[in-house]
Design a protein around this ligand. Structure first.
Ligand SMILES: [Zn+2]
Ligand SMILES: [Zn+2]
Length: 399
């Protein structure tokens, strides 16, 4: 088919749709969609589908509309063999990557230069996309845990909780606090013993595969099961201590105890409990021949080793290829949190809840951090920038 031929096949509405999505004009795109005849599965003169265009723009609203209208995730006549996931990975939009993965796109497809979508994302430095793709497992692959096997009286995960379980398993933040808060918000706290069991089984099943074993996911399941086990241990201790108080507590209080256990810093500001737990978890990984196991053991044993949680995160999510200047929530390790301690402005949090949970530690260091910030400002006072001067600088910049 010649280029002209393909071009001539597009009608006016199709051409306008591509134009609007290229300009990220979502409203215009939505208005035009209704006039489209013959469905959303067409390609432009370069062989790119409209879904590929929306993915490349990282336009989650348009992507969802197109998927709902039956867009074919495998429609691709682009000479370079980019799938919509390759385009989404280039856009850097993790939400769109996730939408396409949920729609069943094959993340292992390679383009004409033999790169998967995840490798393309790494190539352009979109690390969050790399993590999203590499941590993904399909909802269907988790259905095993919602079914009865052998002597089981009940499935490990009730079918109604499958979605929550899926979110829990595909979370990329491996901080024990985030794992715990997720279990809570996803309604999995009542299932902790079963949740641990299901994760252990998934690790076993992954390692028993005859081909395409994903060691990293197997290790991740082992780690998640381990943290759930630690939360459980905390719950049991908590119950034993509060026996006399009957069951008047709301049941979530042990979560607070666990979070504080995790966040308790030693005199050097290190998280002893996390360090110990992660190391113990690695030591107890049953599959000693694995590359990931050996890699972790070597790195944890190295001189001046990084904190164990950082080593674990890099092993599972991949090393970030450049100096990591991203900010993290001081409580749960979530990336790019948008709240700051209003006093010292030196620590960041996702939300009020994260700040509240960290206050028992932060209240000790807040005044010191504030003093450091003020001392830093004092140096700047020596060379004050006067407001008029600043305005002048800014005017120059925008000119
Ligand atoms: Zn947080
Ligand atoms: Zn503070």
């Amino acid at each position: 088919m010649s280029e002209d031929n393909k071009k001539s096949q597009l009608d006016d509405i199709q051409l306008q749709l591509i134009d609007r999505i290229s300009k990220n004009d979502t409203n215009g795109f939505k208005q035009l969609l209704g006039q489209l005849k013959g469905g959303v599965n067409f390609v432009d003169d370069s062989g790119m589908s409209i879904l590929a265009h929306a993915s490349f723009k990282g336009n989650k609203e348009a992507v969802q509309l197109l998927l709902d209208m039956g867009a074919d995730i495998n429609l691709n006549q682009h000479g370079a063999d980019y799938t919509p996931l390759h385009f989404a990975a280039l856009s850097g939009n993790t939400h769109v990557c996730r939408q396409l993965l949920d729609a069943g796109i094959n993340a292992n497809c390679i383009n004409s230069v033999n790169r998967t979508a995840s490798q393309m994302a790494a190539f352009v430095g979109n690390h969050a996309c790399v993590e999203t793709i590499n941590n993904y497992v399909s909802l269907a692959s988790l259905e095993y845990s919602t079914q009865l096997h052998g002597q089981q009286q009940e499935p490990h995960i009730p079918p109604a909780q499958l979605k929550g379980f899926h979110s829990f398993v595909t979370e990329i933040n491996l901080h024990p606090v985030r794992i715990t808060l997720n279990a809570q918000s996803l309604g999995l706290l009542k299932l902790l013993p079963n949740l641990r069991q299901a994760l252990k089984l998934m690790c076993e099943k992954e390692m028993q595969k005859t081909h395409d074993i994903n060691e990293l996911m197997a290790f991740k399941y082992h780690y998640l099961a381990w943290i759930v086990g630690e939360v459980l241990r905390c719950e049991e201790q908590f119950k034993a201590q509060h026996k006399d108080k009957a069951d008047d507590n709301k049941g979530g209080d042990f979560i607070e105890v666990f979070v504080k256990r995790v966040l308790k810093e030693n005199k050097l500001g290190q998280l002893d409990y996390v360090e110990f737990t992660v190391r113990e978890c690695v030591r107890e990984f049953p599959y000693r021949e694995c590359t990931v196991f050996r890699q972790l053991v070597t790195q944890l044993g190295g001189k001046d080793a990084a904190p164990a949680l950082v080593i674990l995160r890099n092993a599972i999510n991949g090393l970030r290829g450049f100096v990591d200047e991203t900010s993290y929530c001081s409580t749960c390790g979530q990336e790019k949190p948008d709240k700051k301690c209003s006093k010292c402005k030196a620590v960041q949090y996702c939300d009020r809840e994260c700040q509240r949970l960290h206050w028992f530690m932060h209240k000790k260091s807040c005044p010191r951090l504030l003093a450091a910030v003020l001392a830093g400002n004092k140096n700047e006072v020596k060379a004050p920038i006067d407001a008029a001067e600043l305005r002048e600088e800014l005017a120059k910049l925008s000119a």
